[in-house]
Every structure is written in C-alpha cells, then in structure tokens.
Design a protein around this ligand. Structure first.
Ligand SMILES: NC(=O)c1ccc[n+]([C@@H]2O[C@H](COP(=O)([O-])OP(=O)(O)OC[C@H]3O[C@@H](n4cnc5c(N)ncnc54)[C@H](O)[C@@H]3O)[C@@H](O)[C@H]2O)c1
Length: 351
C-alpha cells in the first residue's frame, strides 16, 4: 500500500497517490458513494472497502460487476465503534459518504439523522484520529441555508452556516466536528460541500428520479409549491471526480465547494423531463410545499477549479438529464419495487 500525503500544514498542495491505496468508503452502497467506488476502480489502483448499513436508501446492485479482488462490502453501522475501528486501522484513507440524506424524512423523524450524521461522523473521526488516517468528509451546500430568488450571490467557502432542516443541521454539525478534529487533534481531513446530484441509482424518493418515474408510469410529475425553487444540479460522475481530486491533491484542513453551474428551477427541470417524453410542458400536478423549503442554492466552485484543475464532464444539463432518463427507462426492475411505497408516503402528506 502506498503512503498518503503527510500530516498538518505541509506543502500547499499534497502530492498525488502514486501507488495502490486501501480506501474505506462509508455509505458506498448509496447513490453517490457507489458512483465514487466505480470511479476509484476505473481511474485508480486503489483497493476499496465499503462500509454500509444497507438502509432503505442503499442498493447492493449498484456495486454489482466490480472486481471482487479490489472491492469488498462490509455491512455495518458507522456509529458502531467496534465495526469501525479495525476497518479504519487497515485503511490509508476514509471517504465518508454514509448519511441519512432525505430532507423530507428528517422532518418526519429527525432521530436517525442526528445518530448517523453526527454521532456516526464522531465515531469515524475518533478512529481516524487514533490511527492517523486521511479523512475526506462529503457534505452538502444545504448547510449554508438558502438564497433569495432575486439574489445574484452564490455560496462560497466563506458563506456562514445557516441550515434550515434537521437534515442540513445534522450535516452542518458533522462539518463542524471535522473542522474541530483538524484544529484540535491534527486530523488530516478535508471537507467538500456539493450541490444537488442527479444520475443513475438515485432513490425514487428524490426529486429528479421521482419525476422521471412518475412520467414513465404515465402520471403527471409533481411539483412542490410554486415550483420556482432553484437547485444547482451536478451529475454524480462529476461529484466523484471532484472528491477524488480533493482526496488526492486537496490541502489538509480545507473546504472545497463542488458545483457545475447547473442552476435550474424545479419547474424548469420538470418541463425538460416532459419535453424529453414529448408531453405538454404544463402537464404538472402541483402539490403542497415542503415545510421550510429552501428557495435557492447556488455554488461558486472557483477554488476547486483553480486550485485543483477540476472541471465537470457534464457541462450541459440536458445531456446529463437525457442519460439519466435513459437509465431509469432501462432499469425499471430496480426502481419499481420501491416506487409504490415511496408514493404512498408522499400521498399521506398530500405531496
Ligand atoms: N444527494 C445529493 O444531492 C447530495 C448532495 C451533496 C452532498 N450529499 C451527501 O453525499 C452523501 C451521500 O448521499 P446520497 O445521496 O448518496 O445518499 P443515499 O441516501 O443514497 O446513501 C447513503 C448511504 O449511506 C448508508 N448509511 C446510512 N446510514 C448509515 C450508517 N449509520 N452506517 C453505515 N451506512 C449508512 C445507506 O445505507 C446508503 O447506502 C451524504 O453524506 C449526503 O449528505 C448528497
């Protein structure tokens, strides 16, 4: 196994990995974590251990076809120190994706969000601290709260934290823990805050797959409130390449914002999906708004681009969306079993 970049303040930019490394990916059976595992296998010589509790949001199928001599799955909870300790001890780096990730669920039951996102991150930090293992923490731009629709500002690494929901508050809490462990204990960590992801293997409870699968099943897509809320979309392949750039070249203790200039209102995304299926653009079911629904997110990712030379592959949202729609059309066998239950939950809330 090769050595990872050194501890502390060191050089401005760490040297890249030049040998195979052992990487622990928490939440690696989820939507974004599994994409990162594929990215590692395709683009590096790393050996990967996935630690995942396999919650409702996970999919073992997303890891199918990966080489067994390079990727193994350990089923377990990141908040369980006895499980985490030996896995961290044998790793050169931990990339931490595991989380409860759905805002709506955090409004109906915040407890698992505090347990996994805050306590789980604490358990991992204590383990990487004990074993001096490089740590990358994957977080969200939702920690910054929201922007007004008519505000031209975008989030930067210096934007003050102002989370709105139990989900974003729990992610904000975990970010603060990571910073404190860097400062107080010299843990070699970086943080990334990324905008909204789309792509294959995303649970049908999430906005884009929900709308695509509603249309595939012959119903109208469902838009919250007035539909003007803006999200800054990034394809999950681009999130993965950015996380790898930060893990391999990022400066210890730094935060990097990840975004691909993909600002779109919810209603515009739904119209693009309807256009793709040749349906009228106003064929929309308007539903009750989510409580405390953030208005606009927008990411300024200049630091990541200028310092680490990262660029997104999907600069054109419509292209990424078309690829994602094609994937959901071809993979109905994967998502249909979870579709009915998901819609029943939304229906109970009038959404
Ligand atoms: N989805 C987005 O748009 C987005 C944007 C920015 C950042 N993020 C962050 O990226 C990460 C991954 O998000 P995602 O959309 O892939 O989520 P996801 O819900 O699809 O996957 C989360 C994974 O974590 C696992 N997990 C949950 N609790 C666990 C626990 N206690 N122990 C071990 N494993 C556990 C689940 O089984 C699942 O496989 C999260 O940290 C999220 O905050 C997501």
């Amino acid at each position: 196994m090769g050595n990872l970049p050194g501890r502390g303040d060191g050089p401005a930019v760490n040297s890249a990995y030049d040998d195979p490394v052992q990487i622990l990916v928490t939440g690696g059976a989820g939507f974004i974590g599994s994409n990162f595992v594929h990215h590692l296998v395709a683009n590096t010589d790393a050996y990967v251990t996935v630690l995942d509790k396999l919650t409702y949001a996970s999919s073992e199928a997303s890891l199918r076809g990966l080489p067994e001599d390079r990727v193994r799955l350990v089923v377990g909870d990141i908040a369980d120190a006895a499980v985490v300790e030996p896995l961290v001890a044998e790793s050169d780096a931990v990339v931490h994706y595991a989380a409860e990730s759905h805002n709506d669920n955090s409004l109906s039951d915040p407890a698992p969000f505090v347990q996994t996102n805050i306590v789980g991150t604490f358990v991992l930090l204590e383990a990487v601290r004990r074993h001096d293992v490089r740590f990358h923490h994957v977080s969200t731009d939702e920690v910054y709260g929201d922007l007004d629709l008519d505000d031209l500002k975008r989030f930067t690494e210096d934007t003050p934290y102002q989370p709105s929901s139990p989900y974003s508050a729990s992610k904000a809490g975990s970010d603060h823990l990571v910073r404190a462990w860097v400062r107080s204990f010299g843990v070699r960590a970086t943080i990334s805050n990324c905008s909204n992801n789309y792509g294959p293997w995303q649970h049908v409870e999430k906005f884009i797959p929900r709308q695509i699968t509603e249309v595939i099943e012959g119903r109208r897509p469902r838009v919250y409130g007035d539909g003007l809320n803006v999200r800054d979309w990034i394809h999950t392949d681009d999130h993965s390449s950015a996380v790898w750039a930060i893990l391999s070249h990022g400066r210890i203790g730094e935060t990097y914002l990840i975004g691909a200039d993909g600002e779109k209102s919810n209603v515009d995304v739904v119209r693009a999906i309807l256009r793709h299926f040749g349906r009228p653009e106003d064929d929309i079911e308007w539903v009750t708004d989510r409580a405390g629904h953030d208005r606009r997110y927008a990411i300024e990712s200049g630091k990541l681009r200028s310092e680490l030379g990262w660029e997104p592959k999907y600069q054109d949202f419509d292209k990424g969306l078309a690829a994602t729609i094609a994937w959901y059309q071809e993979n109905a066998a994967w998502w249909s079993p979870m579709k009915h239950e998901t819609e029943a939950k939304y229906a109970a809330k009038g959404q």
